[in-house]
Design a protein around this ligand. Structure first.
Ligand code: ADP
Ligand code: MG
Ligand code: ZN
Length: 491
C-alpha cells in the first residue's frame, strides 16, 4: 500500500446450505444430474405454483448465523428481488431485504501480518461487524456449448434454481487484503464445522464478492467503491484486492476519477476488468413475497439449534491449549477440521498422554493422511490404535524410531499397533531377568575389558552396551540395559 493511502473493504459471501432438497420445493439439490432433471413447477417458475419453505434450510441458516455470532430475528420477511435473466424463470429471486433472518453480528477472528511470500508472521485478533445473514434461493445456470465459429448453443439448466443460500454481508471493516482473506477462511471453516455448508469455493458452493475503496489516511469519508466478482478462491480474492488498490490509488494520484462499478477478476491476466457500471445497475423493486408468510422462529427453536451445535473452533482451540497443554500452533493444526479435533481427543484419551498423542498425530499420522488425501474420519489408523501405539512407546515396549515404522505399517495395512509390533518381532526386551542373563554372558566373554573398566577406564561403558544390544539383536530396552550394566559393573 502506497504511503498516505488506506483501503476499505466490505465482503459479501453466498454460501449454499447443505440441504437435501431445495428451499421452496421438494426437488433434489444433488449436483451432476442430467440438466433440468431436478425441477418442478415451483423451481421452474410456472404460473400458479406456490413455494413452501424448507424447514431444514431454516435450521442450517440458524446454525450458520449462530456460528458467526449473529442475532436471529424472531420474525423475518421474504421479498421478491425483481430482475430479468434467462436462468431466473420467475423474473424475480425470492430473497430477504429489510427484515433479514439474522443481523448485527460481532465476530472476533484471528488475522496475520504476512511476508512477501504470503507466510503468516504474527497473529492478532480482529473484530468484524457482520451486518446480516439472510436466506434466499439460488438461480439456475446458463450453459454455453460449441465453438463460436461453427455452431454455438446456449442452454438453461435449472437444477440449481431454488438451492438454498445464506448471504452474509459485513460492514466495511477490513483494512488489508489479508484481513479479508483471513475472514473468508474463518467463515468457510465455521460453516463447514457446524455442518451448515460444504463451503468449497472451487465447487462454487461458496461465492465471495469484495467491495473495495481507497481514501487518503485521515479522511473521514469513504471513497467510491468497486465491487469485485469472479473470485474463485480466497487467494484470487486477495490478489484481486491488491490489484484494485493499486489501480484506484494510481487513478486518483493521476487526478482521475473512479466510478462505482462491478469488475471481474481475470487471474490469468492478473487484473480486474469492468463488467458493468452502477448506472446500468438494476432497481430491483423489492417487495414482500405475497406467497410466503413471515418466517417466525421461536426462542426454543434457536435454543435447540444452539444445543445441537458442536463446540466452535475457537473455543475448542482455547480448550486444547488449556486442558491438554498444547501450543498455539499445535492446537491450530488439530482444530483444522472438526473430524480431526474429534480424532485427537479420542487418541489423547486412549494414549493417556495428550501431548504425546498430539505429537504423533500431527507429526506422523497427519502426514500420511494428507499424502493419501484422506480425512481423519476415514483414517485406516483409529484414534484408539494411535493411542495404543503411543502407550507402547511410553511404556518402553518399542523405541520412538520403531514407532514411526510401526505407524507407517498400521496405516498401509489397517492393522493394530500390538499386531504389527508382534509380527515384526519388535517388542523390546525389558524383562530384567532376560537382560541380566545377556549381560552375564557379555561380561564373561570380555573379562579383560571388565578389569580395565573397574580400574577406571569408564569409556568402555559404551562398548558393553553395544555388546549387550548386539547379543539381544537390538531388542533389549536400552534404558534397562544401562541401569543393569551399571549395577553389575560396580559390583
Ligand atoms: P450496495 O447497495 O451497493 O450493495 P451496500 O451498502 O449494501 O452496497 O454494501 C455492500 C457491501 O459493500 C457491504 O459489505 C459494505 O460493507 C461494503 N461497502 C459499502 N460501502 C463501502 C465503501 N465505500 N468501501 C468499501 N466497501 C463498502
Ligand atoms: Mg451488493
Ligand atoms: Zn422444484
Amino acid at each position: 500500500m502506497k504511503d498516505g493511502w488506506e483501503v476499505v473493504i466490505g465482503l459479501e459471501i453466498h454460501a449454499q446450505l447443505s440441504t437435501e432438497t431445495k428451499i421452496f420445493c421438494g426437488c433434489s439439490t444433488h449436483v451432476g444430474d442430467e440438466p433440468n432433471a431436478n425441477t418442478c413447477p415451483v423451481c421452474l417458475g410456472l404460473p400458479g405454483a406456490l413455494p413452501v419453505l424448507n424447514r431444514r434450510a431454516v435450521e442450517l441458516g440458524a446454525r450458520a448465523a449462530l456460528s458467526l455470532g449473529l442475532r436471529i430475528n424472531e420474525t423475518s420477511i421474504f421479498s421478491r428481488k425483481n430482475y430479468f435473466y434467462p436462468d431466473l424463470p420467475k423474473g424475480y429471486q425470492i430473497s430477504q431485504y429489510d427484515r433479514p433472518f439474522s443481523e448485527r453480528g460481532v465476530l472476533e477472528i484471528m488475522t496475520a501480518t504476512r511476508d512477501e511470500g504470503g507466510h503468516a508472521r504474527e497473529w492478532r485478533p480482529l473484530t468484524v461487524r457482520v451486518t446480516r445473514l439472510h436466506l434466499e434461493e439460488d438461480a439456475g445456470k446458463n450453459v454455453h456449448e460449441g465453438l463460436p465459429e461453427t455452431e454455438r448453443y446456449s442452454y438453461v439448466d435449472l437444477n440449481r434454481a431454488g438451492t438454498p443460500l445464506a448471504e452474509i454481508v459485513t460492514e466495511p471493516d477490513f483494512r488489508t487484503s489479508w484481513e479479508a482473506y483471513d475472514y473468508v477462511n474463518h467463515v468457510r471453516k465455521a460453516l463447514q464445522w457446524v455442518g451448515a455448508s460444504d463451503a468449497d469455493m472451487e465447487k462454487g458452493n461458496l461465492r465471495c464478492e469484495a467491495n473495495v475503496s481507497v481514501r487518503r489516511v485521515g479522511d473521514e469519508r469513504f471513497g467510491t467503491k468497486v465491487e469485485l466478482k469472479n473470485l474463485n478462491s480466497v487467494r484470487f480474492m486477495q490478489r484481486a484486492i491488491e490489484f484494485e488498490i493499486e489501480r484506484q490509488v494510481n487513478t486518483l494520484e493521476a487526478g482521475g476519477r473512479l466510478t462505482q462499478e462491478t469488475r471481474l477478476w481475470d487471474d490469468r491476466a492478473g487484473e480486474t476488468r469492468v463488467m458493468r457500471s452502477k448506472e446500468e445497475a438494476h432497481d430491483y423493486r423489492y417487495f414482500p413475497e405475497p406467497d410466503l408468510p413471515p418466517l417466525t422462529v421461536s426462542a426454543e427453536f434457536i435454543e435447540g439449534v444452539r444445543r445441537s451445535m458442536p463446540e466452535l473452533p475457537d473455543a475448542r482451540h482455547r480448550r486444547f491449549m488449556e486442558e491438554y497443554g498444547l501450543t498455539f500452533e499445535d492446537a491450530s493444526t488439530l482444530t483444522r477440521e472438526l473430524t480431526l479435533a474429534d480424532f485427537y481427543e479420542r487418541a489423547a484419551k486412549a494414549a493417556a498422554n495428550p501431548r504425546g498423542a498430539a505429537n504423533w498425530l500431527k507429526g506422523e499420522l497427519l502426514r500420511e493422511l494428507d499424502a493419501a488425501g484422506v480425512g481423519a474420519d476415514a483414517s485406516p489408523v483409529s484414534p484408539e490404535e494411535l493411542g495404543a501405539l503411543v502407550r507402547a512407546i511410553d511404556g518402553g515396549k518399542i523405541s520412538g524410531k520403531q514407532g514411526k515404522e510401526v505407524l507407517v505399517e498400521m496405516f498401509s495395512t489397517g492393522k493394530g499397533a500390538a499386531d504389527v509390533i508382534e509380527e515384526r518381532g519388535l517388542a523390546q526386551v525389558s524383562d530384567a531377568g532376560e537382560i541380566e542373563r545377556i549381560i552375564g554372558d557379555v561380561l564373561a566373554a570380555n573379562q579383560q575389558q571388565v578389569e580395565h573398566y573397574r580400574a577406571g577406564k569408564e569409556g568402555l561403558f559404551g562398548f558393553f552396551v553395544g555388546q549387550v544390544m548386539k547379543a539381544s539383536k537390538g531388542k533389549a530396552n536400552p534404558k534397562v540395559v544401562n541401569e543393569l550394566l551399571k549395577a553389575k559393573l560396580s559390583e
